[in-house]
Design a protein around this ligand. Structure first.
Ligand code: C5P
Length: 466
């Protein structure tokens, strides 16, 4: 109705309306709504609901994305075909989906296909008079509850990081005050390029959430590496985490470390350990599912990032400490990483050659203890600092000593003797050691350990508030 109203105005009125809308930072149709609402109030009649946008009823059983508006910006990459599936999956969760296709995206899929699936025309052009009258880029930017960019190409990420507004997608991304989730997809070399990583870091610092990319085969024959767009179900999971309104940890910022560290010996060799990162990732995912804003600092692991979590990837203990300190303040810090205790004093710049009969000597120096450093901070110490103790004997005695030595509040101690299969395995047996005693949990999956821990944390924070 709004678009008809606007289109039927004479040119002078249209110009006046455009100026008034621009002054208020609204689309023309929104300006018409405001004027009509005002008029309705003055007339003393409560007709406001007539001017609210029509909502499609959510299907039975719809979950987190229930009747939320999602603006899906489809960038130009071969992964665009997966975004058609994504539209359906988001709708299955009860979301209303609107699409914008960049000019490059239209080489891979058509606006007709995206529009037909979304049940509303797909938007393509910043200077399209009809869409400006219909909706307008400002309204596109503001009406959504969440903007998802999938696939997010290197170019689109660069535009976002640089604040460009030279096409509809970029202008909407610049004009929005809504949360943004990007699902990058590109060739592994483009992903690894310094400029892309710089843009990624900028986007993360700007509060943009990221899902993927995953490791795998590329569209180009014979190419593989990190750069495949996250699968639609992973993107939906990340959307649900962001849209989840209330959880026991909503409004809390949680920092988690996980995985091993790699300490270089020379350009091809390093000191490492068998940590898979599973437990830390499960904790990060459970915290995100409980509504927390989660930052995971991860050492090198061969697993996709958990959904709905911001991940900072590091190699060495010193890089991990730097990333952790940069991520503070936090309400809770959980140190699940298996940090190498030692690093090579002076890693060689070239591959060390084998010398017959003369084994190589390596000088080692101690790495910083990240948990102890954070737990002993005079200012900016998270109110709840939690460590792990992987022990092979006298598990509880050693864990108690570690609690005191490291200065943390809780220690989750586990027996990692080879026969337990915990290191790299799927289950874990935990003894929770705190100042008030020891509590032994039954053997359970690492996901269940994560959920139990998050439940404990939520209860502790709620108690501290009372
Ligand atoms: O001293 P130990 O390695 O047994 O301590 C384990 C706990 O300390 C874990 O929570 C681990 O993440 C953390 N840690 C750390 N930095 C180190 C060594 C351990 O944060 N350099």
């Amino acid at each position: 109705m709004g678009s008809l109203t606007v289109r039927q105005l004479d040119d002078k009125l249209k110009t006046l309306l455009r100026l008034r809308a621009a002054r208020h930072g609204r689309s023309m149709e929104d300006e018409v709504r405001v004027i009509l609402k005002g008029a309705a109030h003055e007339a003393g009649r409560d007709v406001l609901e007539h001017f609210e946008p029509a909502m499609q009823p959510a299907p039975q059983g719809a979950r987190q994305a229930d009747s939320k508006g999602i603006l899906l910006i489809i960038g130009g990459g071969i992964a665009a075909y997966k975004s058609l599936d994504l539209i359906r999956r988001l709708q299955d969760r009860g979301a209303r989906v609107r699409c914008i296709l960049t000019p490059a995206a239209q080489h891979f899929i058509t606006p007709l296909a995206a529009g037909a699936l979304a049940g509303e025309r797909a938007y393509t052009d910043l200077f399209d008079a009809q869409s400006e009258f219909d909706v307008g880029h400002i309204r596109l930017a503001r009406e959504a509850d969440l903007i998802v960019v999938a696939p997010a190409t290197a170019d689109l990420m660069a535009k976002m990081a640089g604040g460009h507004a030279d096409d509809l997608a970029a202008a909407v991304l610049l004009a929005t005050d809504r949360p943004i989730l990007v699902a990058p997809a590109m060739n592994p070399r483009m992903w690894a390029a310094k400029s892309t990583q710089r843009n990624l870091a900028q986007l993360v610092a700007d509060g943009v959430r990221v899902v993927g990319p995953n490791r795998g085969e590329m569209a180009e024959r014979g190419e593989s590496g990190v750069g495949r767009m996250a699968e639609p179900n992973e993107i939906v999971a990340a959307v649900e985490v962001i849209l989840r309104k209330e959880g026991p940890l909503t409004g809390k910022r949680i920092l988690v470390t996980s995985g091993p560290t790699h300490e270089p010996i020379d350009p091809v060799r390093f000191i490492a350990n068998r940590s898979s990162g599973k437990q830390g990732q499960a904790i990060a995912a459970a915290a995100a599912a409980a509504g927390a804003d989660v930052l995971l600092v991860s050492g090198p692991v061969d697993r996709p990032d958990p959904p709905g979590v911001t991940v900072v990837k590091v190699e060495t203990a010193r890089q991990m400490l730097e990333a952790v300190e940069k991520a503070l303040p936090a309400d809770v810090a959980i140190f699940a990483a298996a940090v190498a205790d030692w690093r090579v004093d002076q890693p060689s710049g070239h591959k060390i050659k084998k010398q017959e009969g003369r084994p190589q000597q390596l000088g080692l120096v101690e790495n910083p203890d990240i948990l102890a450093t954070v737990a002993h901070r005079k200012s900016g110490r998270p109110p709840l600092v939690i460590g792990f103790a992987a022990e092979t004997d006298r598990v509880i005695v050693n864990a108690k000593a570690k609690l005191a030595k490291k200065g943390c509040d809780w220690i989750l101690a586990n027996d990692v003797s080879p026969e337990t299969g915990i290191m790299g395995g799927d289950t874990n047996t935990i003894h929770l050691v705190t100042a008030s005693g020891v509590e032994s949990w039954p053997p359970q999956s690492k996901d269940d350990v994560a959920r139990s821990l998050i439940g404990r944390i939520a209860a502790a924070l709620a108690k501290a508030k009372r």
